[in-house]
Ligand binder design. Structure first.
Ligand SMILES: [Zn+2]
Length: 305
C-alpha cells in the first residue's frame, strides 16, 4: 500500500574511481587514465525512473559534466533536475574556503553552460559539510544555491553532524541569505540516528528495516531523501584494494542496488527536491533555524514544524 507523502529521489553522478574512499588509491591527476564506465548505468537509472514515472534530482560532478555534456543534456531532457556535486569531488574540510569556492564556482559554470539554467541544487561530496566547514553553507547561498542536501545528522568518519535536525528545514544564514536544507534520512533508534536512505546503507541493511525507517519518517510527516550512485549499479567495476571496513562498505551487495531502488519506487512515492518543495512549501511547513556559522550552532527561529 502506498503512503500519501512524497519522498525525495536523488542521484550523485560520479564514476567508480571518483568515490571518496578511493581518493588515496587513485589520485585526482590520474582520473583521466581511468576507464569511464558511467554511461550504461546512467541509462539504466533513467529507464528505471521513466518506468516508474519519477522525477529526480541529479547532483552531477563538474568533471563528468565537462567531459560528457551529453549525460547532463540527457538527464535534463528526461525532465529531471540538475544540481552540483562539486567539480573534483573534494572533501570540503580537507581544503580551504577559497578552494571550496573555486571548485563550487567551476562546477556551476560547467553545468549552467550545458543546461542554460541556473544551478540551484547542491550536494557536498561525501556530505562533508561539518562543524569545521559551516561557512560552506554561506558560500552555497552566495553562489545561488537554494536547495542543499549535504547535512547528514549521524556520527560518521567523513561527514556527519548528529545534532542537526532530521527533517527538512529552512536555514537563515548570517549573510542574510536562505537555504532549504534536506538532511539525509535517519531512523531514530536506541537514542541514535541510524542512516537508512542510501549508498552503502541501502545495500547493507535488510529491506524490511529500510521500509520501516521510511514508513516511520513518513508517519511523522518527514519525507525521506534517498540517494545512490551510478557506480552502485556497476557490478563489473574494477575492484581496488581497500581496508576491510572500506571494502565491506563499498562493494558488498553491489548487485542489489537496482532491485532495492526499484522495490522502493514501487512501494513509496518519490519525486525531485524542487517538486517536493512545490508540494510542501518548506518555509511554511517545516521548521526554521538561524545558523551561527562562527559559533557553529543552530537556533530555532519559528514555532512551526
Ligand atoms: Zn559523491
Amino acid at each position: 500500500m502506498r503512503t500519501k507523502i512524497h519522498n525525495a529521489m536523488t542521484v550523485d553522478v560520479e564514476d567508480w574511481f571518483q568515490v571518496s574512499v578511493l581518493r588515496k588509491a587513485i589520485d585526482y591527476k590520474d582520473w583521466e587514465k581511468q576507464e569511464i564506465r558511467i554511461l550504461p548505468s546512467i541509462c539504466r537509472i533513467l529507464d528505471l525512473f521513466e518506468r516508474h514515472q519519477v522525477t529526480a534530482t541529479f547532483f552531477v560532478l563538474g568533471w563528468i559534466a565537462e567531459r560528457f555534456p551529453e549525460i547532463v543534456r540527457t538527464i535534463q531532457k528526461y525532465g529531471h533536475e540538475i544540481g552540483s556535486h562539486g567539480y573534483a569531488h573534494r572533501i570540503i574540510y580537507e581544503h580551504s574556503r577559497d578552494e571550496f569556492v573555486a571548485d563550487l564556482a567551476r562546477s556551476i559554470e560547467v553545468l549552467q553552460s550545458i543546461t542554460g539554467e541556473k544551478v540551484v541544487y547542491y550536494r557536498a561530496p561525501s556530505f562533508s559539510i561539518t562543524h569545521k566547514t559551516m561557512w560552506a553553507l554561506e558560500e552555497l547561498a552566495n553562489h545561488g544555491i537554494i536547495y542543499d542536501s549535504s547535512i547528514f545528522p549521524i556520527k560518521h568518519d567523513i561527514g556527519g553532524m548528529p545534532e542537526m535536525p532530521r527533517s527538512p528545514f529552512y536555514l537563515i544564514l548570517q549573510n542574510g541569505l536562505r537555504l532549504n536544507e534536506f538532511p539525509l534520512s535517519t531512523l531514530r533508534l536506541w537514542r541514535e540516528n541510524i542512516p537508512i536512505s542510501g549508498g552503502g546503507y541501502l545495500r547493507l541493511l535488510p529491506y524490511w528495516f529500510i521500509r520501516r525507517g521510511i514508513k516511520k519518517n513518513n508517519d511523522e510527516g518527514i519525507p525521506v531523501v534517498l540517494y545512490f550512485h551510478p557506480w552502485e549499479l556497476d557490478t563489473e567495476q574494477p575492484k581496488i584494494k581497500l581496508s576491510r571496513l572500506s571494502k565491506f562498505r563499498h562493494y558488498t551487495n553491489i548487485d542489489r542496488t537496482e532491485t532495492r531502488v526499484r522495490d522502493l519506487l514501487t512501494e513509496f512515492k518519490f519525486t525531485s527536491l524542487g517538486e517536493l518543495c512545490k508540494m510542501n512549501p518548506i518555509e511554511r511547513r517545516w521548521p526554521e533555524f538561524a545558523i551561527d556559522t562562527n559559533k557553529r550552532n543552530l537556533r530555532r527561529s519559528n514555532n512551526q514544524g
